[in-house]
Write a protein that binds this ligand. Structure first.
Ligand SMILES: Nc1ncnc2c1ncn2[C@@H]1O[C@H](COP(=O)(O)OP(=O)(O)OP(=O)(O)O)[C@@H](O)[C@H]1O
Ligand SMILES: [Mg+2]
Length: 457
């Protein structure tokens, strides 16, 4: 899979590389201009010694003579940077005088008989000033050559002077762009945080205040999607709730009819079959009820959650009576340890939460066991605890049991696996946290629901 295009990489690709290439390309004419400027600056100076030597060219009857005084030759050496050579050749290119071999120029002299050109002497680049002096039997050529160190330095200085600012400007531009992009992307980071910090059920629109113009369409599109998602979710919940509700009526009828059948056929018929139908009807009604509760507890449900001041202690003691017969039937010792624990909550939903926890404790615990319901303040936080000494839930399963329809492998009790999913939805909607713990006895399960403390009044 190709790595996603990073904006920084794009920046490097589309800004840094073209910028540097442009600077380099613009350096080419710059270089030639600098060389020309350097030559212009120094060529005239090179013609002077050539003219001086030309003045020493004498013509006798039969030969041309050059007597350059040693002082004049010395003067040529004064240049401290470049080496200077000279050479005088006669009409037949014979060397008359000189301290180096300077090749004959391949260029034409101008009408003053002077010319300055570039050449190589013993592998060294030089600039040569040539003066041609017409004589009876041909031209005498005076050439003075100079290495190009001075010129190279000047070219270098011109180039550095011209391009350092350009490169600096490019560098600063890239840095500014870099930070500019970071700043420009900051609203996207903010948007990401806004979306990430949401709970799955939070589908209200994302705020686009502070988002730049370019990002607003994105926020708009996300909000459209969220709206459609919320709608779909609501439709799905409505469907489940309706289906569960519709199922309950015929199931209730079925239960009544099975009960009637049980009575009428006592003594004959096939009681085992009737008991099976009764059990299955019971399970189906339980499942329909659980589904309905779950659909109602989910955040997208059309019923908003109530926030009523209430005491967890009252909630448990009010439903205690309903649970005692079931505990007795299973020979389970159901105990209560209730202290004041005031919260803001939805009594109806919390009753469902409590029912599911007690149901689990009573069903999944072997007969003869103990179950305790507790309410108290835990360092100021209202807490509801249901503890049993049954088989407990292995550490590795404690996250998964909250999934819908998930049951620990080997569970041979009845149930559809929706109870803890309901508990989690209801706790979430109250902003309460759930912990599945092992009781201090080391056996069984301790479910702790911790609520936010009441705001001080
Ligand atoms: N108190 C408990 N002791 C031991 N295991 C438990 C306890 N409570 C839950 N479990 C395990 O977690 C699983 C999931 O529980 P959950 O309440 O979600 O489903 P259920 O009780 O099987 O079905 P339902 O509650 O819908 O009737 C159970 O099947 C059981 O394996
Ligand atoms: Mg259950």
């Amino acid at each position: 899979m190709a790595a996603p295009d990073s904006i920084r990489r794009l920046l490097a690709l589309w800004l840094v590389i073209p910028l540097l290439t442009l600077i380099l390309i613009s350096a080419i004419p710059g270089y030639f201009l600098a060389v020309r400027a350097a030559n212009d600056a120094y060529d005239n100076g090179l013609l002077d010694p050539a003219t001086a030597i030309a003045n020493y060219v004498r013509e006798n009857e039969d030969e041309t003579e050059v007597k350059v005084p040693p002082a004049a030759i010395e003067a040529l050496r004064i240049d401290t940077i470049d080496k200077i050579f000279f050479q005088v050749t006669g009409p037949d290119h014979e060397v008359i005088s000189g301290n180096a071999v300077i090749p004959n120029p391949e260029i034409a002299m101008d009408n003053t008989g002077q010319s300055v050109y570039s050449a190589m002497i013993e592998g060294e680049a030089v600039r040569v000033a040539a003066i041609s002096i017409p004589r009876r039997n041909g031209n005498v050529l005076v050439q003075v050559a100079e290495t190009t160190l001075k010129r190279d330095r000047l070219v270098h200085d011109i180039l550095v002077g011209a391009f350092t600012p350009a490169i600096l400007v490019a560098f600063v531009a890239v840095i500014l762009f870099w930070f500019g992009i970071r700043r420009a992307l900051a609203p996207l980071d903010e948007l990401r945080e806004q979306i990430r910090s949401r709970t799955p059920g939070e589908l209200s629109p994302v705020s686009d205040s502070g988002a730049p113009l370019e990002v607003r369409p994105l926020v708009g599109a996300i909000n459209d999607l969220l709206a459609r998602l919320a709608e779909a979710l609501e439709a799905q919940q409505r469907f489940i709730a309706n289906a569960a509700h519709q199922l309950r009526t015929p199931l209730a009828g079925l239960r009544t009819h099975v009960e009637l059948m049980r009575r009428e056929t006592s003594g004959n018929g096939s009681p085992a079959l009737i008991e099976m139908i009764a059990g299955e009807t019971e399970r189906a009604s339980h499942l329909a009820n659980q589904l309905l509760t779950l659909a109602r507890a989910e955040p997208g449900s059309s019923l908003p959650i109530a926030r009523v001041p209430m005491d967890l202690r009252d909630l448990v003691s009010q439903s205690a009576q309903a649970w005692v017969p079931r505990a007795l039937a299973r020979d389970i010792d159901l105990g209560f340890d209730l202290k004041e624990a005031r919260i803001l909550g939805d009594p109806q939903l919390l009753r469902e939460l409590l029912a599911n926890l007690l149901d689990n404790a009573l069903i999944h615990t072997r007969s003869g066991g103990h179950v305790t319901a507790r309410t108290r303040l835990d360092s100021g936080n209202p807490v509801l605890e249901i503890e049993d000494d049954g088989p407990g839930i292995p550490e590795a399963e404690r996250e998964r049991v909250f999934e819908r329809f998930y049951r620990v492998a080997g569970t041979n009790t009845e149930g559809g696996g929706l109870g803890l999913a309901i508990v989690r939805e209801i706790a979430d909607r109250h902003g309460a946290s759930i912990a599945l713990l092992t009781p201090s006895s080391g056996k069984g399960l301790l479910v702790r629901i911790s609520f936010a403390r009441l705001p001080a009044v």
